[in-house]
Design a protein around this ligand. Structure first.
Ligand code: 13P
Ligand code: ZN
Length: 275
């Protein structure tokens, strides 16, 4: 059989590239954040010769029936984004779901031991919701960017307050996330409860902010999902700077302005946010 190098595959190079970009943005202190990618069937086929199927199954604590048998690339729990570029096989894994979609098995990677990210239940539930709405969605990204987290200490923790604060901070924000963003109140990370709360928001949005923790972004590919995280965090940085001036907000983008942008760019803005 032909020897396959999983690391040479285009999807794996894209995954590693994106993870390292996140590290360079300073969004991943220590082991903070995690990234998953739902593989295409042809990508699984191309790599199968390199997979082993002898590791135990682990319960997910949630069920994603529509993703039964799916394969994911995932960052490892406790692994540092800082090391993904130099030690990808130690830092990453490929895991598959069982036929019920409620347990996983690692088939590649984590060569020094370990398991997929502790947020794997949240990732899988988000993939499940997104795939059901739009099968082109493949990437779920969780990071700890400082300005988004900072805003969760000063803004009311509502979808509308965060959406408006971010949209107003940079004219192109409503173009990048016209549905807005959702907010999850503070919750214990790593479990099925926070997974359910996050995936409920993912039915409406591509962005779910976790109070005092970070955020999740969803998208069809590495570039658009990274770009979404980047845009949200830059808007949050601008908002933090504006608030830090301590002079209040003298002028901003109005509801009518947003509607004009929506018309010019032919997008459906979430009107709920403008009421
Ligand atoms: P992991 O190291 O398990 O991925 O956890 C990091 C994190 O950000 C938890 O929310
Ligand atoms: Zn986290």
């Amino acid at each position: 059989m032909k020897k396959v190098n999983v690391l040479d595959q285009e999807f794996m190079q894209g995954f590693i590239h994106m993870a390292n970009d996140g590290w360079e943005q300073r969004w991943h202190e220590r082991n903070g954040g995690n990234l998953t990618y739902r593989m295409k069937e042809e990508e699984v086929e191309a790599c199968k010769a390199a997979f082993t199927y002898d590791q135990p199954w682990t319960d997910l604590g949630i069920t994603a029936a529509n993703l039964a048998g799916a394969y994911f690339v995932a960052t490892g729990s406790g692994k540092y984004f800082q090391n993904i570029l130099s030690k990808p096989e130690e830092s990453l894994c490929i895991a598959r779901l069982n036929e019920k979609g409620d347990a996983f098995q690692v088939v590649w990677g984590l060569t020094a031991g370990g398991r997929p990210t502790s947020e794997f239940p949240s990732h899988v539930m988000n993939h499940s919701v997104k795939t059901a709405i739009d099968p082109s969605y493949r990437v779920i990204y969780h990071a700890h960017p400082a300005n988004v987290i900072a805003l969760t200490f000063v803004l009311p923790l509502t979808d509308r307050d965060f959406t408006l604060a971010l949209w107003e901070s940079m004219t192109e924000c409503p173009v990048v996330f016209p549905a807005g963003v959702g907010v999850v109140p503070w919750m214990v990370p790593g479990g099925s409860d926070v997974a359910r709360a996050t995936s409920a928001l993912m039915k409406k949005y591509d962005v779910a902010i976790w109070a005092h923790h970070g955020l999740f972004c969803a998208g069809p590919d590495f570039d658009s999902t990274f770009g979404l995280m980047h845009t949200v965090e830059k808007a949050a940085e601008i908002r933090v700077k504006v608030l830090s001036c301590g002079m209040g907000i003298r002028q901003t983008i109005t509801a009518e302005d947003f509607r004009a942008v929506a018309e010019a760019f032919q997008l459906t803005l979430n009107e709920e946010m403008l009421k």
